[in-house]
Design a protein. Sequence first.
Length: 66
Amino acid sequence: MSPSMLKMWISFAGMGLMIVSIFSIYLSRYKFSNGLLKGLTALFAYLCMIVGGLIVVYVVLSGPTR
């Protein structure tokens, strides 16, 4: 697999984690009433958002491939 294709799949993983975090935050805020479940879901969502953001920053700042 070429480096360009590898970066593409890595960036898709980062974007996917951000989408998962959006849905998890929605569930946490509007669908769950149990405090523990809300907290765990929110923690999971924020971890996904941070990891996804770091992946996207890495892909953007690593520059173009040849």
